[in-house]
Design a protein around this ligand. Structure first.
Ligand code: SAM
Length: 325
């Protein structure tokens, strides 16, 4: 197989580039194992971020013939690729939609019966490597960054139509970028900004020296989070887990930046977004969700070496308590 053949095949079929699943064994183990250490192989599971189907495939390999897996993605390309990869399996149900609406995506008869929900957040390698999706600052592409083609709000809109103050806030809040004011000013002055390359060059013109590349990455991350409303959707998705999960059901969340991880950590404390610990009359903890693990799990050195994209991954696990809603 020559490189030329592979390139033309990729262009002709828009082949889904393989995403290496992160913390695969660890995440699936926590997902399907109950508090007593028994594997619930006939259980009902949700993979809220299907992507290339790596985690879904492994979950299916751990389930018996009575198990069931609903896998969600807002990106049609991911759904199509995973469907092809996993093939016909009566236990597997792909769902196209935003996990922010997980409760309405899931059939009513599954509510209160789900044994585990997995979130492997962010974008897939496929999405990053497809230059025309506009996620990557390494390639020249349009300012897009939408995970779902159905969304009407793209990176072009954020970059070219946001008020200066909003743009600065987006770069500061979602990118934690300290030069957000100067970068926002340079973007506004350079409008219209048409491509990822132009955006990168604007950031490079403001932040010089060894810090440049980190600022470029932070600006792209911030705009992607804004385009896809990532933190808002994550919050509503976590809320939706409560009525879906059976008592003892688990949420496993793998995040890739501090804003996501903070959102997950806060919610896992007691099932609300303020991190408030509810107490009963006697002062005992009284939460619908509580952490199953108190520490985070990160990839082993070997995994990071094999898959550098896993370097920033942090996994947290929570459990649905017995408390009634
Ligand atoms: C890191 S990838 C998942 C990779 C997958 N676990 C695998 O191993 O192949 C994240 C996926 O989640 C999807 N995604 C992100 N946010 C979403 C949301 N709010 N609703 C639905 N899908 C979302 C993205 O489109 C992407 O395909």
């Amino acid at each position: 197989m020559t490189m030329g053949w592979i390139a033309s095949e990729l262009m002709a079929k828009r082949v889904y580039r393989e995403h290496i699943p992160v913390l695969l064994r660890e995440s699936v183990e926590f997902l399907i194992q109950n508090r007593e250490g028994t594997l619930e192989q006939d259980g009902l599971y949700v993979d809220a971020t299907l992507g290339g189907g790596g985690h879904s495939l492994h979950i299916l390999s751990q389930l018996d013939s009575d198990g069931k897996l609903y896998s969600v993605d807002q990106d049609w390309e991911a759904i199509e690729a995973a469907r092809e990869r996993i093939g016909v399996d009566p236990r597997f149900v792909p769902l196209n939609g935003n996990f922010g609406y997980l409760d309405s995506l899931m059939p009513l008869e599954t509510h209160g019966k789900v044994n585990g929900i997995l979130f492997d957040l962010g974008v897939s390698t496929h999405q990053i490597r497809e230059a025309e999706r506009g996620f990557s600052f390494q390639d020249e592409g349009p300012l897009d960054m939408r995970m779902s083609e159905e969304s009407g709000y793209s990176a072009y809109d954020v970059v070219n139509t946001s008020e200066f103050a909003d743009l600065m806030r987006i770069l500061f809040e979602y990118g934690e970028e300290r030069y957000s004011r100067a970068i926002a000013k340079a973007i506004v002055e350079a409008r219209p900004v048409e491509s990822t390359g132009e955006l990168r060059r604007i950031v490079e013109s403001v932040v010089k020296g060894p810090k440049t590349i980190k600022s470029v990455a932070r600006v792209f991350q911030a705009i992607r989070i804004e385009v896809n409303q990532e933190l808002e959707r994550l919050k509503t998705a976590l809320d939706a887990c409560i009525p879906l999960l059976a008592p003892g059901g688990r949420i496993v969340a793998i995040s890739y930046h501090s804003l996501e991880d903070r959102t997950v950590k806060t919610f896992f404390k007691c099932g609300n977004h303020e991190g408030r610990i509810e107490k009963d009359f006697y002062g005992n903890k009284n939460c619908l969700i509580e952490p199953l693990l108190n520490q985070i799990i990160v990839p082993a050195d070997e995994e990071m070496k094999l898959n550098p994209a896993s370097r920033s991954a942090k996994m947290r696990v929570a459990i649905r308590t017995e408390k009634e809603i």
